[in-house]
Design a protein around this ligand. Structure first.
Ligand SMILES: Cc1cc2nc3c(=O)[nH]c(=O)nc-3n(C[C@H](O)[C@H](O)[C@H](O)COP(=O)(O)O)c2cc1C
Length: 327
């Protein structure tokens, strides 16, 4: 049974990709993922915020206000280079030890560093770069146009400056999701990962403090991704990697039927272990065999919504008796 897939122009043996997370910061674990049948791995993101944190922690003795002349700048640069180098040497080792594609991932807040880091990633030899661009517009002064401009500016610059394939990982909240995703896909990028999941907030009612909610997705969360994959796949000019809430081989099949090129898993591996990749792959193959599909292209996108279709279940949002069969 052939599960080969072309994703971001790269040849994958399986459409099941391990998404960026703590597990993909460890080369030994990535070797296990390959052995268990991962099609590719997206390495843990480098966060500009984390580099700034390292700089602050390591330069507390040499604050810029203490009039140390150029030494602060020098030390800050050294700390930043050191933090990045640790990450890049991990990617280089992953490239030496793995045969599957290794995809880098970055998240920055300054325009300059998107460019600087992306070039450095390319130099590590990683096969592609996922831009982790989920933006939470929490300032009342931030408009949809501001968010859109940020995407456009960064993507246009990176596309001209690096030549490895680029995918964009976006969050699930846009007032004009369809328009935004289509426009992104027209910008010369090779893929969109739908969707990133932000760290959720919770409240400790005993101590009356804010805290993080569970980091892991629930299975129910996959349906939002499935809806948008099915709605948009025929309207976009790049690959879609479906992410969030994928736990079973059936989920993988559903995302592919909806039109995804690849399916990313993270929470599933945290909860059930890296070896679950074997079950996902064998379940996909068993389903293909049962249905008589000898390769993925025979059924990928079979249930994607046609561009002119006006009455798909994927478009319904309200619990109306006659349409949703709910009383
Ligand atoms: C512990 C943990 C760490 C993560 N770190 C990153 C990261 O560094 N970069 C990123 O783009 N996404 C990160 N994610 C988000 C995942 O890549 C993924 O988009 C999200 O968990 C939804 O997929 P899932 O439902 O399969 O977990 C992380 C998720 C978890 C649970």
């Amino acid at each position: 049974m052939n599960t080969k897939t072309k994703y971001l122009g790269l040849e994958l043996n399986s459409p099941i990709v391990v998404g960026s997370c703590g597990l993909t910061a460890d080369v030994e674990k990535m070797v296990q993922m390959e052995a268990a049948g991962a099609g590719a791995v997206v390495v843990k993101s480098v966060f500009e915020e984390q580099i700034i944190h390292d700089i602050k922690r390591n330069t507390h003795m040499v604050a810029p206000t203490e009039n140390y002349g150029d030494s602060y700048e020098y030390i800050a640069q050294h700390v930043a280079d050191d933090s990045l180098e640790k990450h890049f040497s991990m990617i280089r080792e992953a490239k030496r030890r793995l045969t599957i594609p290794v995809i880098g991932s970055i998240n920055c807040f300054s325009y300059e560093n998107w460019l600087t880091y992306a070039k450095k990633f390319q130099d590590t030899g990683c096969d592609a770069l996922e831009l982790n661009m989920a933006i939470l517009p929490y300032e009342t002064s931030t408009s949809a146009d501001d968010v859109e401009r940020t995407f456009t500016q960064i993507i246009n610059t990176l596309r001209k400056s690096i030549n490895i394939p680029i995918s964009i990982k976006v969050g699930p909240y846009f007032t004009d999701m369809a328009k935004q995703m289509q426009q992104l896909s027209w910008m010369g990028i090779q893929g969109v990962t739908m969707f990133n999941k932000s760290v959720q907030v919770d409240i400790d009612i005993e101590n009356e403090t804010l805290k993080n909610a569970s980091f892991l997705s629930t299975h129910e969360e996959m349906y939002n991704t499935l809806r948008w994959v099915a709605l948009l796949c025929r309207k976009m000019r790049c690959d879609i990697s479906a992410s969030t809430g994928v736990y079973t081989a059936d989920d993988v099949v559903k995302m592919l039927l909806g039109g995804a090129t690849t399916v990313q898993v993270v929470s599933c591996l945290y909860k059930n272990g890296i070896d679950t990749l074997r079950e996902l792959n064998s379940g996909l193959q068993a389903w293909m065999e049962k249905k008589g599909y000898d390769n993925i292209d025979k059924f990928r996108g079979k249930l994607a919504v046609a561009p002119a279709e006006k009455a798909s279940i994927a478009m319904r949002t309200q619990f109306m008796k006659y349409f949703a069969e709910i009383v």
